[in-house]
Design a protein around this ligand. Sequence first.
Ligand code: UDX
Length: 462
Amino acid sequence: MTRRFAVRQARFGPRRVGYKERAMERIAVCGSGYVGLVTAACLAHMGHDVCAYDNDATKIRSMQRGALPFFEPRLEAVAARERKNGRLHFAGSAREALPGRGIVFIAVGTPVDPSGDADLTYVRQAAREIAQYGEPGLLVVNKSTVPVETADVVMRLLSRLAPQRAFGVASNPEFLREGSAVDDFLHPDRIVIGCDDSTAAQRLRDLYAPLGAPTLVTDTHTAEAIKYAANAFLALKISYANELADYCESFGAAVDRVLEGIGLDRRIGREYFRPGLGFGGSCLPKDLLALAHMARKSGSEPALLDAALAVNARRPAQFVRRIERTLGDLDGAGVAVLGVAFKPLTDDTRESPAIALAGALAAKGAEVRVHDPEVPAAAVRRALPRALVCRNPYAACAGARCVVLATEWPVYATLDWHRIRAAMDAEPVMFDARNALDAASVRSAGIRYEGVGRCAREPVSA
Ligand code: UDX
């Protein structure tokens, strides 16, 4: 074995091998949300026997019929195939799911209260059920995003409730993005394993070895901290891009080109630098708040995290003021809002900046008409009771004074702008809150275009 290969083996674990060449594990996954279902389906895809369980009987019944409780590209197909292969099962309780399983992943919700304190009720409930139904030697792996020291909480609970079963406990945070979760699971940038027991750590290394990703094995506190640190840094990048876009507007500079120019520096990188309406979703806002709270509780002052949250929180209201500067009084003005989900390729509206924006416009008296390709109309109505839900983007633009692109669904980049222009009123304006559109094609249809940090002067083509 060459030295280089030996170093890589020692550092990153075995090279990619075929999925089927590894020992098949019998795995349970507690929780059937984004993380739980993607983990279950992908581990089954890798050749393991997996049972996902959830005490929400409705969810389990719908999954047993092949209908997933949310939209996630590729997930339905992978889950259907693995159910057909007999590798993926669903159960309504730990009692049904845990017998005969060697590893159980805890992938339950950890809601955060407004102070940032994470609620571990569901994690503790999962641990109690594992203590009751888990087999001796079961490896309990926490995949949820949890405060540092949660693995200790789980360990203490299991030791107190089932001391003789000698469960193992590990932390294995996930880094999945909604909309690309299956790809993110099967092609991870890295695997993080927090475990004080080398045998259990090796077992998880072996489980993920076929993915061929760099694997970091550390203690549980460090693994738990890595998850929060990653999300907090991603949020910082977005808030930096948003603040930079504001400067560029006043400098008359083109923020896209500025970000391209700095992103060519390998130390900075070009990824995850899109300015716009700010970050939403069930993770970044919550994790940033939770990390700031943990930092404060431990006596540190999270100034950067607080600033990133503050920059983000004011983006929707800031954008409404910008629309008012252009249109004047919004009372009675028809405004079309394209996109409701917190990001494209998902029907998830949690903490969606698009909803914050549309709600603020409606509060100003605007007649808001919304469209989203995936978010069910009922969910939109619940979030935006004063808005009119439209079947397609053209219907949303009919008679509108302006259009706001709030979520950059691919379908909006190829709209017929002449048709949109004809549908809108006298002096139509497109506010591209995600810099997702080609300004020239919008302008060529006779629609005024305003992006984020995109100065009016067209950048000189290279
Ligand atoms: C995020 C992390 O990316 C993922 O690693 C973690 O496991 C969960 O949280 P997710 O929230 O699903 O994933 O989506 P992501 O693509 O990160 O987008 C989060 C929010 O940031 C969205 O509202 C998106 O619109 C916004 N965003 C993202 C930007 O505004 N600019 C960007 O450049 C990227």
